[in-house]
Design a binder for this molecule. Structure first.
Ligand SMILES: C[S@@+](CC[C@H](N)C(=O)[O-])C[C@H]1O[C@@H](n2cnc3c(N)ncnc32)[C@H](O)[C@@H]1O
Length: 268
């Protein structure tokens, strides 16, 4: 299965979830380690919501570049943050980063989960970071998601098929737990893992937004899965309907397993 299939299945059709993220609530380990004056590359920056928070911290003595291969998202990011001279947004591919030894921190949040060759992408990020700088990746293990109470069987079946559809495109559903070994194989040192799981319960203000992600996946990615022959339209629509009803009548909480993994580049 080629990289083009992964690219097609990864394309983000709706940016409302990523638009609502902030550095503090959605990339907590990075928020702890960045300092004024740093240079930071944010790979797969989307519409720049987290990137703009990075720029606020590094301040006028620092510099931030956000890069993404989705032109629409980059155009939106450029428009939103056009008055901030510290940030620039570039259209570019994670597999061909045009940087060598340039940044104090190279980060990528929730991006490697969508790639068929995550280690090749990580290698590019290692090249882009300075000696003694850090690579910091934030990503999921989708096999460790949990909901309370159990979700409807139709939706559980849909979710299992969704993971199978992702694997079929070469994506690693457990990427978070494979990152420490990849870091070590690429020569990074001082590897540190921090749990950042996204837990939301029904009394939280953002509960609807967080839990509706999966209804939206059924509505949007589900159509691609039907077109790719993984499920029938009947299975997709029933899963979406049952899950939306479960959200409104029973949902208590959701935990998405997320890890921040960081490592240092020594002189090479
Ligand atoms: C789930 S979004 C995460 C956005 C943001 N980092 C966040 O945490 O909210 C994944 C992003 O990775 C980008 N992406 C996927 N494949 C890419 C590639 N090959 N090169 C650059 N960006 C890529 C997508 O366009 C999308 O903006």
């Amino acid at each position: 299965m080629g990289a083009e299939v992964a690219k097609d299945r990864a394309t983000l059709q709706n940016s409302s979830i990523i638009d609502a993220r902030t550095l503090e609530n959605s990339h907590k380990r990075l928020a702890e380690v960045i300092k004024p004056g740093m240079t930071v590359l944010d790979v797969g920056c989307g519409t720049g919501a987290i990137t703009s928070g990075i720029a606020e911290v590094v301040g006028p003595r620092g510099r931030v570049i956000g890069i993404d291969n989705n032109q629409d998202l980059i155009l939106k990011a450029r428009h939103l943050y056009k008055d901030n001279p510290i940030i620039s947004f570039e259209i570019g591919d994670i597999y061909q980063l045009p940087y060598q030894n340039e940044f104090d921190i190279v980060t990528s949040a929730r991006v490697l989960q969508w790639l068929s060759r995550p280690k090749a992408a990580l290698q590019q990020m290692v090249q882009a970071v300075k000696n003694n700088g850090s690579v910091l990746i934030l990503d999921y293990n989708h096999t460790k998601i949990s909901w309370e109470p159990e979700i409807p069987k139709t939706m559980q079946d849909f979710y299992d098929d969704f993971l199978r559809w992702r694997s079929d495109a070469g994506m690693d559903n457990e990427i978070a737990d494979h990152l420490p070994d990849m870091f070590s194989e690429l020569g990074l040192s001082d590897i540190k893992t921090t749990k950042q799981s996204e837990y939301t319960k029904h009394t939280d203000t953002n509960f609807q937004t967080q839990i509706t992600i999966w209804a939206d996946v059924a509505a949007i990615k589900g159509i691609q899965m039907v077109n790719d022959g993984f499920i029938s339209e009947g299975q997709r629509s029933q899963a979406e309907k049952d899950f939306r009803k479960w959200i409104n009548t029973s949902a208590e909480s959701q935990t998405m397993y997320l890890l921040a993994v960081e490592g240092k580049k020594s002189k090479q």
